[in-house]
Design a protein around this ligand. Structure first.
Ligand code: FMN
Length: 218
């Protein structure tokens, strides 16, 4: 796929087939994604790929915690509030998504049910987790973002779907247990990845972008 086409057509997918992605494909995506730039080539990222029984362990535990409304404890706190402009973008994105898939704004039960699917990787078998050492700071988070975008684009180029998910790192103790990691490894992002359902409405959604953020000065 041509690069501009790939950037322009990638979207987050939230409904996957129950079909494993061969390890060689994940490996190809990840090794290519490691070409991401980082501060002085520091390469702050570490990656855990979850499949098989590990995915089952993570899904069961995350789902249980979320379903029971256990308070989240992400390694990097989620924002409590957003400035008005960004808050409006988020509200509008959510509003359009639920309208498109036919979930009423006030249907709390259906919205919760949809939201809980985050924790089972939207039914994908595989998820990629990005984490890093606790001594790394804000600039390293930036670098991990480049890595994440490479993963999303590489997956898209190979015809796979992916969804970057903060929700997947909402209960990081489960992840440290699954991957046998010490406390000083901190989770930034999970990415569900797999063969997505082409006929699923939620996978058809193309979110809007504001272009008035671009400013030219001569
Ligand atoms: C850091 C980050 C965290 C995200 N967390 C979630 C999440 O927990 N659940 C989810 O469904 N989507 C999540 N998303 C996906 C965004 O909602 C999505 O990228 C955005 O709405 C734009 O849509 P697009 O990816 O289809 O272009 C996240 C994206 C980013 C970059």
């Amino acid at each position: 796929m041509e690069l501009f086409e790939a950037i322009g057509s990638r979207t987050s997918k939230r409904d996957f087939e129950d079909k494993p992605v061969p390890r060689e494909i994940i490996d190809k995506i990840l090794k290519s994604s490691l070409r991401a730039p980082s501060w002085a080539n520091s390469q702050p990222w570490e990656i855990a790929v979850s499949t098989g029984k590990t995915s089952e362990f993570i899904k069961t535990n995350l789902y249980e915690l979320a379903k029971n409304c256990t308070p989240i404890n992400p390694d990097y706190p989620f924002p409590d509030s957003w400035p008005e402009k960004q808050g409006n973008n988020m509200f509008e994105t959510g509003r359009r998504r639920f309208e498109y898939i036919g979930i009423n704004r006030d249907d709390k039960e259906k919205r919760t049910e949809f939201s809980l699917r985050n924790y089972v990787f939207f039914h994908s078998r595989t998820a990629i987790f990005i984490y890093m050492d606790e001594n790394l700071g804000l600039w390293s988070v930036f670098d991990c973002g480049f890595l994440a975008q490479n993963i999303l684009l590489a997956a898209h180029d190979l015809g796979l779907g992916a969804c970057p998910q903060a929700y997947l790192v909402a209960y990081p103790d489960v992840l440290r247990k699954a991957f046998k990691l010490p406390k000083n490894k901190k989770f930034l992002l999970g990415i569900s990845i797999g063969y997505y359902k082409k006929a699923s409405k939620v996978n058809e959604i193309k979110t809007f972008r504001n272009e008035d953020v671009i400013n030219y000065f001569e």
